[in-house]
Design a protein around this ligand. Sequence first.
Ligand SMILES: Cc1cc2nc3c(=O)[nH]c(=O)nc-3n(C[C@H](O)[C@H](O)[C@H](O)COP(=O)(O)OP(=O)(O)OC[C@H]3O[C@@H](n4cnc5c(N)ncnc54)[C@H](O)[C@@H]3O)c2cc1C
Length: 537
Amino acid sequence: MAERIDADVLVIGAGPTGLTAANLVADQGLRVALIEKHWGSGDEPRAISATDETLRVMNQIGIMSRLAPEMLMDTGARYYGRGGRILADVRPGNPRVGQPGKSQFDQPVMEGLLFEAASERPGIDLHFNTEATSITQNADGVTVTAVRRGARSRGVSGVLAGDVGNDHTPALDAADTELVVNAAWVIGCDGGRSFTRRELGIGLSGSTQVEKWIVIDLLDVPGEPEPFASFHCNGTRPTVVVPGVRGRRRYEFMLFEGEDEQEMVSPPSIAKLVAPYQDITTVTVRRAAVYTAHQRVAERYRVGRVLLAGDAAHMMPPFAGQGLNAGIRDAAGAAWRVAAHIRGEGTDALIDDYALERRPHAVEMVKLSKRIGSVVMNTNPMITRLRDALVVATRAVPPLNQWLTRMKFLKQPHYVDGTVVPPSGRISAAAASLVGRALPQPKVGLEGGHVPLDELLDVGWTAIEVHDGGTLVVEGGEGWRQEAMDCAGVFAAACGLVLLVRPDRYVAATAEIGLRADVVAALAGKVPGLRTMPSVP
Ligand SMILES: Cc1cc2nc3c(=O)[nH]c(=O)nc-3n(C[C@H](O)[C@H](O)[C@H](O)COP(=O)(O)OP(=O)(O)OC[C@H]3O[C@@H](n4cnc5c(N)ncnc54)[C@H](O)[C@@H]3O)c2cc1C
């Protein structure tokens, strides 16, 4: 007989996107079921670059203090051209959200910590070795069937296997069990080959990158890591080298047509590829694999009560380091919306805004990754000579050079359509530009010290009034009110205004302090629950 599970939200897939979504939904006070077909969180070293927004979410989930010592924080990238000539040193300019713009991490470590956080949250019901097999839905909810292989498993942290190569596959000698999960909403975070996407009949637009790459992860690399990733656009064998802490280092080499994949990941080939950069005899090869990158976006992110997030919704080559980071943003954007809908505080239009906000940014990130890839992967002598000359020439044009070296080409989300209220014409351009963007996170002054602003934010909506002299009045649900000083003047342009901040830390609206009720009313079509916030008149 099938086992029945009831949940507010079912998350399919326990990769970084699914684990993040599960943690965030549970923090909204809802019951989450999470099913994952494998035995534990992922142990494949894939993503390696995290953005400031991803780290902000990790901090919100409560794992940042354990993640940070495993990371090389605040890095940049150095691009080399033909003959090893340095073309550009790039580093994200002015990170705004309280974390460095770019840092190196290890995906199994992050997933392991997200898994532990999920295991510790009583609101999350974990089912590993459990594969979703069908989805049906009506206007009130979704039913997903799944098959559990072997005995019930709450999973293990894949990081235990990652670094030391242990096999944690549990005994699968018990019979398979059919599960029937009923949930109000489903978030499909089941990766690039998404079962959810297929089951919903959602197509993918885009293509597969022709060039394949070999990725080699090393352990026990001696010495201090460089504070930047190196892109060797040498016109011969494009190569990327990414440093890490605790002796980790990643090498990625482009493969050429006709090269045999098996042969290229053999120990002698690895030694030959790595030889120009380091002595392979003193290190441990953690993993070597060939991968094919895709540049594709799902045509829709929603069908009825099922949403797609992460690689299930978009796949991109790793050159801009954005795939996982986009998935974390998806998880943050989806979690509070489904929670609001379940509590009757958000409408269907609020859910539609998820795709309206997230899909265009994913499309942009896919295009950017493709563009960077075409610069890095080119091996045509004439084109690479011209490319090198053009990049060096930008040094004579400071705005262009800054666009390149401060990574201004990497556009942060700015939601114009979605759960935002266009600021009135009376608001200055500087203050208006806060709307639709991630809330800046300076350290603010309290009696007795300074704290990051996020520590004062509610898990729900927050209103921040900016008063003369930089006094911030921070108000959340249930009468929460705290005054703090904006010592760095980050919100100076918004003096006299109130900012309405969404649970995903994006600014939805701003208005003169006395007109707060007007912007709350403007949001009421999508978030009627906002009217019940005690601090709202
Ligand atoms: C070499 C490489 C380098 C990369 N570098 C970066 C980088 O620097 N920065 C960056 O942001 N991104 C990077 N990425 C991309 C990043 O790794 C992915 O975007 C990220 O892993 C996607 O996470 P996800 O949770 O959406 O999907 P996944 O990690 O694929 O997780 C999906 C999960 O769903 C499970 N699942 C699938 N089907 C079912 C089912 N039917 N039932 C139950 N469970 C199911 C799977 O077992 C899996 O655990 C890189 C990728 C590669 C390959």
